[in-house]
Design a protein around this ligand. Structure first.
Ligand code: FMN
Length: 143
């Protein structure tokens, strides 16, 4: 049974819903999901997991949330090499450039990305997006 950490930041709950759908998929596949807000996560949650999913909406000007998520991702990049990783998050104002940049950055750090450009959902994720995330959770558990 795989242990998968799902670590996220969410201001208004959209990315949190995405994280919960991922967890549903992971558990459906018989794996163990640890769902954590980034404020309560430690580097061990990344290091000791078989796979990891990071969630963060587009913030700033196409950036990660800077107080909690950015520093956590900077630390995680030091232990992410070779690890199966899924990036996800919600956006509203633009077209997802923050995720493209984030995926590129994680790839450079050596992460083994499940989705080459991450998975993004517009605003409050609809059922289609949540279903896609349940599938991705299963894929992550199988990977
Ligand atoms: C301070 C702030 C900055 C934002 N910057 C962007 C942005 O650069 N690009 C974008 O597409 N959406 C931007 N948004 C919109 C959020 O990404 C969007 O509302 C998202 O659904 C929030 O997800 P959450 O509920 O998980 O916090 C911003 C929102 C806030 C509050």
């Amino acid at each position: 049974m795989k242990k998968i950490s799902v670590i996220y930041w969410s201001g208004t709950g959209h990315t949190e819903k995405m994280a919960q759908a991922l967890v549903e998929g992971i558990e459906k596949e018989g794996s163990e999901a640890k769902l954590l807000q980034v404020s309560g996560a430690s580097l061990d949650d990344v290091k000791n997991a078989d796979a990891v999913a990071f969630g963060c909406p587009a913030m700033g000007a196409e950036e990660l949330e800077e107080e909690e998520m950015r520093p956590f991702i900077d630390q995680s990049k030091e232990v992410i090499r070779g690890k199966k990783t899924l990036l996800f998050g919600s956006y509203e104002w633009a077209e997802g450039q923050w995720m493209k940049d984030w995926a590129e950055e994680m790839k450079e750090a050596g992460a083994d990305l499940l989705e080459a450009e991450g998975f993004i959902a517009y605003d409050d994720p609809d059922e289609d997006a949540l279903d896609d995330l349940r599938m991705l959770g299963k894929d992550l558990a199988r990977a």
